[in-house]
Write a protein that binds this ligand. Structure first.
Ligand code: NAX
Length: 328
């Protein structure tokens, strides 16, 4: 039988953690034949709540779950980690400037990057969920010089999934009829969901929509502001859908993306599509042999170019800020 995979989850007692851990333990993160050991990281005040979640995990008697350990120390939590799901982050407080937010998150993602560098397994794969996800991933990556840079990724899969459903509803088609949709740039309100390279039943999706006004004034803002709409409706931010997207991201990373399609993930840029090298930006990606590859050769029209550039510019500014703060 397969050796268990160590999965470290930070922010384990939070609401995404609560939606995520049961799915990992049931085999949905890595596959139904892969046993897992959970390593939960929380701040000291939340360790007790994490212990409560661990009791419930015990009570599920998941056949694949081979152990749960709880830590309030990043160094220990990432020891031997094969997968790191970095969910816990500092939320933006009232009146907090972007610089303050990045600084506060630097205090979390710098030591976690160091801990990954020091103790994680050679095949460590990191997904940052906690916001600002792209730049938090950059901070962690820059403190893990011994880990290949491409092992640090940030989540735009929730945006991707949101876009799939908005398009499917608009065209009254099934999710399964849609291929090759892309989220470009930052996981923020500037993100660009691209229908010009997407396909619906093999036909161009933007043409199938045939309504530029809907695309600009409806589709793009609905996808980009969906998080705020969920908060407005639910009284709490997206949790189960965010956990679902994290599962999708890691599952595809490990097991590969389906032939004839791609997905979206924020991965370190190699300079493709004019995105400055090293920025962790969302791209159209496929996963092969356990590694993400950026889909090459797509045509980027003027409209898309401007949208991508605007989101990438925001990432450049975030990188400049964390550079000034000495965090990267
Ligand atoms: P919660 O506030 O419910 O949980 C966060 C947990 O992280 C808390 O239990 C807290 O104690 C813990 N934590 C804080 N600092 C920590 C540290 N240094 N080490 C370990 N744990 C720490 O937030 P939740 O709703 O679970 O959201 C978590 C993060 O996901 C937030 O940053 C949120 O903005 C982000 N999101 C990202 C999304 C994406 O698509 N990339 C979508 C959903 C979500 O908004």
């Amino acid at each position: 039988s397969k050796a268990p995979v160590n999965v470290t989850v930070t922010g384990a007692a939070g609401q995404i953690g609560y939606a995520l851990l049961f799915r990992i333990a049931s085999g949905q993160l890595l596959g139904a034949d892969t046993p897992v050991k959970l390593r939960l990281l929380e701040i000291p005040q939340a360790v007790k709540a994490a212990e409560g979640t661990a009791m419930e995990l015990d009570d599920c008697a998941f056949p694949l779950l081979q152990g749960i350990d709880i830590f309030d120390d990043a160094g220990k939590a990432f020891e031997g980690a094969n997968v790191g799901l970095l969910v816990g982050a500092r939320p933006r407080g009232k009146g907090m400037e972007r610089g303050d937010l990045l600084q506060a998150n630097g205090g979390i993602f710098k030591p976690q990057g160091e801990a990954i560098n020091a103790g994680a397994a050679d095949d460590i794969r990191v997904l940052v969920v906690g916001n600002p996800a792209n730049t938090n991933a950059l901070i962690a990556q820059s403190h893990a010089p011994d880990v290949p840079a491409e092992r640090f990724t940030a989540m735009t899969r929730l945006d991707h999934n949101r876009a799939l459903t908005q398009l499917a509803k608009k065209l009254d088609v099934s999710i399964n009829d849609i291929k090759k949709l892309t989220i470009w740039g930052n996981h923020s309100a500037t993100q660009y969901p691209d229908l010009f390279n997407a396909e619906v039943d093999g036909a161009n999706a933007a043409k199938a929509v045939g309504d530029q006004a809907w695309l600009e004034n409806d589709f793009i803002p609905t996808v980009a502001k969906r998080g705020a709409a969920i908060i407005e409706a639910r009284g709490a931010s997206s949790a189960a859908s965010a956990a679902n997207a994290a599962i999708d991201h890691v599952y595809d990373w490990v097991n590969g993306t389906p032939e004839g399609d791609w997905t979206s993930a924020a991965i370190p840029s190699d300079g493709s599509y004019g995105v400055p090298e090293g920025l962790i930006s969302s791209f159209p990606v496929v996963s092969k042999n356990g590694e993400w590859e950026i889909v090459q050769g797509l045509e980027i029209d003027e409209f898309s170019r401007a949208r991508i550039d605007a989101s990438v510019q925001e990432l450049v500014e975030e990188r400049d800020t964390v550079k000034q703060l000495g965090l990267v």
